[in-house]
Design a protein around this ligand. Structure first.
Ligand code: 6GU
Length: 226
């Protein structure tokens, strides 16, 4: 299984270092996923390499123009089939684990990052198949949102995580928060690890963890249980 995620951005430097690190690098080295960052400016239609212009009708802020983005998306689509072209935008559908699970089962994805006042509406009308926000706050561009989405997707691809980092015990994977975890020492200045965890009773430990998940979810995120 090999998933390719293309990220289209006008600030590629912002994303390059992120995908060169940690679990995402491992996933790429193992051939489970490939993340390719493309600079919109490389598809500019003029010698000054401009990609944005003033908004028709006036108002503050520049708009990413349709021509460079159209040329970029078409160049990618000429090479392979993409399941979705996702535009990262604060007015999109709010990202959650269910959406991430769905996307992790797809083949190739294009993530388009907005900037300034966003992209020309015609890009959304003609090319974008899905619009996603990472939460109700405004970032200065879609790059961090694209990194968040790509990270959440890639770690779910079969074979990317090992037993220690297994996604099966994540918070949200079953609409429950994860239970508390402990490691050595068993006693830190009198603060002891719950005895059950030292008991070796596997079934009882699982039951305790489940109860902790439920009580933690009731206390912190009752909305998840509805
Ligand atoms: Cl996807 N983009 C921007 N610019 N801000 C956001 C966001 C996306 N999601 C939440 N805030």
């Amino acid at each position: 299984l090999m998933m390719r995620i293309d990220i289209i951005t006008c600030v590629p430097d912002l994303l390059d270092s992120f995908f060169a690190h940690s679990i995402l690098k491992r996933a790429q080295q193992a051939g489970h996923a490939e993340v390719v960052i493309t600079d919109i400016r490389d598809y500019s239609v003029n010698k000054h390499r401009t990609i944005d212009d003033y908004a028709f009708g006036g108002g503050a802020g520049m708009v990413l123009q349709i021509e460079p983005i159209a040329r970029c998306i078409r160049a990618l689509q000429a090479e392979r089939v993409y399941d979705e072209v996702i535009y990262l935008t604060p007015d999109g559908e709010q990202m959650n684990q269910k959406i991430v699970n769905q996307l992790s089962l797809k083949g190739n994805l294009i993530l388009l990052c907005g900037h300034y006042k966003g992209v020309d509406q015609r890009v959304r009308d003609l090319f974008v198949t899905r619009e996603i926000s990472i939460g109700d706050y405004v970032l200065s561009g879609g790059e961090l949102a694209a990194a968040v989405l790509a990270d959440a997707i890639i770690r779910l691809i079969p074979g990317v995580l090992n037993d220690e980092t297994s996604a099966l015990t994540d918070s949200f994977q079953d609409n429950l928060l994860a239970p508390p975890v402990y490691s050595r020492p068993a006693d830190f200045e009198g603060h002891k690890v719950p005895e059950i965890l030292l008991s070796g009773h596997e079934a009882k430990i699982e039951e305790w963890r489940y109860e902790q998940s439920v009580s933690r979810t009731k206390a912190r995120r009752p909305d998840l249980l509805k």
